[in-house]
Design a protein around this ligand. Structure first.
Ligand SMILES: [Zn+2]
Length: 507
């Protein structure tokens, strides 16, 4: 699959409706000068004189030029859907992008975006953290929509009810086979299965109940169905097929943490085909491991054969999971040396056989340093992979705070393994498209387009970078200067405002 972009547009007036007029290029960015004097120099409030005499809100000047709520002036607008890559002005009124033009636009407020990239807000399909703290880090990382689609929730109605009234970014959760199975089987774990949910075979009646609860979750508006096969090893092919067939029947995508190499990719592709479900394979990097290139080749083969199959990766070499989960059920048979790759999330200490056993009794988040940079690079650079963080509610892995900025800072700017447009495609239009057939509201996200939701991320391509690490993950990314969620600023001049304009993403 190739992703060649059309050449940059010289004009966008066919979309904005403005008359075509001779192009007057924007002056080159003055660079650091735009930062001086601090905020006052960055943000100008321009009130059109005649608009002052009329009503507040969208108004017209005497010459009928519209006055928008906000104009982002002179930024490098990059939209992977259309291929637009040009110095343009973008106007927002209310919660929508209202105009994109080479000509000056009039706004109640004008933000000088010169020297900055104006991109669609990033869409993260895999973010377990759905809390005030994690939403704040997402916004600092340029994410305007953060969805928990892998593990998901067992109670879709309650998930959305708890977040009613607005969140800092757009949010949502799938109905998850894991939490549904935990509930049906009577598991005592608090996030991933710790006992019956991973160990016990389901009876035919229980399989029917699992499928029924997944259907109920979709009826309640869940945007997808989540699975994590390695966390539910007692689930049979029959159970997984019954659960996934509900997704297939209704047209929802299945977001699956599948088994590792060599069988996991083909297994889930075959299962999804049988179930008739669109398939999204989560974290090809950690599931593929040393065989990531081969793993992605299997996915590519399915895509080439016409399968509706997508995948994602996060740009870090360490994994993170729960120490009590089924992933580590065989821990007592390991060599002593293997324990050293594990780092306890709460303290940062490296583990031994003794401490691993002790923490497994207690339960909690553990980081495992298991992949080389070459493996990460293979996953991030492959055209198939979207960027998705797999961030956690406990912010102890830098992927929770810096996945998107790291791709832009390291893999685009420093290493040059992706173009900026390719990276943005992986963060915006591709995740939006993954969902939009079943969740129509996603067709207005991931785009800088007139009529699209005003989810917009404005960043400095020269400074954007993750700043968290494995001893101190809870550090916001650098270089994300402005973030709009449904037309409302949540990051302004790099500072978090705590606004709550984020809405539920649901069918
Ligand atoms: Zn995950």
């Amino acid at each position: 699959m190739t992703h060649a972009s059309p050449p940059p547009r010289s004009s966008t007036d066919h979309r904005t409706g403005f008359a075509r007029v001779p192009v007057r290029p924007f002056p080159a960015s003055p660079g650091p000068a735009r930062r001086s004097p601090a905020r006052l120099g960055l943000v100008r409030r321009l009130l059109a004189p005649i608009a002052l005499l009329t009503v507040v809100g969208p108004a017209a000047c005497a010459n009928d030029a519209p006055v928008y709520d906000i104009v982002l002036s002179g930024g490098r607008v990059m939209d992977p859907e259309s291929g637009t890559d040009a110095m343009l002005n973008v106007a927002i009124t209310g919660d929508r992008i209202e105009a994109i033009s080479e000509q000056p636009l009039t706004g109640t407020r004008v933000i000088d975006a010169s020297g900055l990239v104006v991109a669609p807000g990033f869409v993260d399909l895999h973010q377990h953290g759905q809390t005030d703290e994690t939403y704040r880090f997402m916004a600092h990382d340029g994410v305007t929509t953060g969805l928990e689609l892998e593990v998901g929730t067992g109670d879709v109605a309650a998930f959305y009810a708890e977040r009613e009234g607005g969140q800092p970014v757009n949010y949502g959760a799938s109905i998850g086979h894991i939490p549904v199975r935990m509930r049906v089987m009577g598991d005592t774990g608090d996030f991933l299965p710790a006992d019956a949910g991973k160990d016990d075979l389901a009876t035919p009646e229980q399989i029917e109940e699992i499928a029924g609860r997944i259907r109920e979750g979709l009826d309640q508006g869940a945007p997808a169905v989540g699975f994590g096969f390695p966390y539910t090893p007692a689930a049979t092919d029959e159970e997984l097929l019954a659960a996934m067939s509900v997704a297939g029947e209704l047209g929802a995508s299945a977001h699956v943490h599948t088994y590792g190499w060599p069988d996991g990719a083909q297994y889930v592709i075959d299962l999804a085909e049988q179930a008739g479900a669109p398939l999204h394979i989560v974290h090809a990097n950690s599931t593929g491991g040393a065989a990531t290139a081969d793993f992605l080749a299997v996915v590519q083969e399915a895509v080439d054969a016409g399968g509706d199959v997508t995948t994602e990766a996060y740009p870090y070499g360490a994994s993170q999971s729960r120490i009590e989960s089924a992933l580590y059920d065989d821990w007592e048979g390991w060599d002593d040396a293997r324990f050293g790759v594990f780092q306890w999330g709460a303290t940062g200490e490296r583990l031994t056989r003794e401490s691993f056993g002790r923490y497994r009794e207690q339960g909690g988040s553990v980081i495992s340093h298991v992949r080389t940079e070459e493996m990460t690079l293979t996953a991030v650079a492959n055209p198939l992979t979207m960027v998705a963080s797999d961030g956690g509610a406990q912010v102890s892995h830098p992927r929770s705070t810096g996945s998107f900025s790291k791709v832009l800072g390291k893999y685009v700017r420093e290493d040059g393994v992706l173009t900026l447009m390719e990276a943005l495609r992986k963060m915006t239009i591709e995740p939006a498209r993954r969902l939009e057939a079943y969740v129509p509201m996603m067709a207005n996200k991931g785009r800088i387009r007139v009529g699209a939701d005003a989810d917009v991320t404005v960043f400095d391509p020269e400074t954007v970078r993750d700043r968290g690490d494995y001893t101190n993950a809870a550090v916001p990314s650098a270089g994300i200067e402005y973030v709009f969620v449904n037309g409302v600023l949540t990051i302004e001049d790099g500072e978090y405002l705590g606004t709550r304009a984020g809405r539920p993403v649901r069918r």
